[in-house]
Design a protein around this ligand. Structure first.
Ligand code: NAD
Ligand code: APR
Ligand code: ZN
Length: 228
């Protein structure tokens, strides 16, 4: 059975990582235009890096939760399994997931604007802000996808291909408002997959779901494993 899982910030909520939208969402407190766009970074790399260093410290202290662990277990149980995530926190990998497509990059990755070097930088907190490239001392940027940027081509095309041939497509913890990630469940459904959603709130995906569980990720995924 071909199983695909698409996750959003909601699966990390039970690890204490704030989501972006909804009542305590980050975008209620911060203006994404000031922190999560290429223009914002060009304008004020120090401010953007201070925000990402704060998020890195939060994530470093967080632990994967039951939802992450159940997704990692699914990879062991089903030979044709892939996880597609919008999250940049790396908690899926810390829970044991290996077959992971990161649509929006990874908060532990950095990329040099001068020489193009891209590598993982786990030092937390950062020794200097903004951090400098270890190869050429050029300015580094976070290795995540910002608003207005296009997604990594390989990751996106692999995600489309997997969504086009799925038997079961499970969507967990995403508001399904941001494209192109939000399109993947609809592609899967159109191509004949069973669509299952786990989210305490309704989303634009809910009307298309064969089963929509109004549950938090941990509890909801426990129920989904009984359905598979
Ligand atoms: P957007 O609406 O600008 O779309 C993002 C990119 O996806 C576009 O630039 C385009 O290349 C592609 N795209 C959009 N719609 C598409 C479609 N229907 N089919 C194929 N490709 C499509 O997205 P956005 O809200 O400006 O944000 C850009 C991306 O950055 C999003 O995926 C968002 O989730 C991500 N983001 C990440 C962070 C972070 O901290 N990691 C913060 C903000 C935004
Ligand atoms: N379990 C499951 N879902 C939850 C939980 C939980 N414990 N708590 C909240 N949710 C749901 C909310 O109901 C909401 O639908 O998680 C969803 C979080 O939505 P967003 O905050 O919009 O996060 P996401 O969908 O991942 O955002 C997409 O936008 O800002 C960009 O790049 C960022 O990848 C992100 C993208
Ligand atoms: Zn460099």
């Amino acid at each position: 059975m071909k199983i695909r899982v698409l996750t959003g910030a909601g699966i990390s909520a039970e690890s204490g990582i704030p989501t972006f939208r909804g009542k305590d969402g980050l975008w209620n407190k911060y203006d994404p235009a000031e922190l999560a766009t290429p223009e914002a970074f060009e304008q004020n790399p120090k401010l953007v890096w201070e925000w990402y260093d704060w998020r890195r410290q939060l994530i470093a202290k967080a632990q994967p939760n039951e939802g992450h662990r159940i997704v990692a277990k699914m990879e062991e149980l089903f030979s044709d399994f892939w996880l597609i995530t919008q999250n940049v926190d790396g908690l899926h990998q810390r829970a044991g997931s290996k077959k992971v497509i990161e649509l929006h990059g990874n908060i532990w990755k950095v990329r040099c604007l001068n020489c193009g070097a891209e590598y993982y930088e786990y030092t937390t907190p950062l020794p200097e802000i903004p951090p400098k490239c270890r190869e050429c001392s050029g300015l580094l940027r976070p290795g995540v996808v910002w608003f207005g940027e296009s997604l990594p081509v390989d990751a996106l095309s692999k995600a489309y291909e997997l969504s086009q041939n799925a038997d079961v497509f499970i969507v967990v913890g995403t508001s399904a408002l941001v494209y192109p990630a939000a399109e993947l469940p609809l592609i899967a459904k159109r191509e004949g997959a069973k669509l299952i959603e786990v989210n305490p709130e309704e989303t634009p995906i809910t009307p298309y779901a064969d089963y929509s569980l109004r549950e938090k990720a941990g509890e909801g995924l426990r129920k989904v494993t009984e359905m598979l």
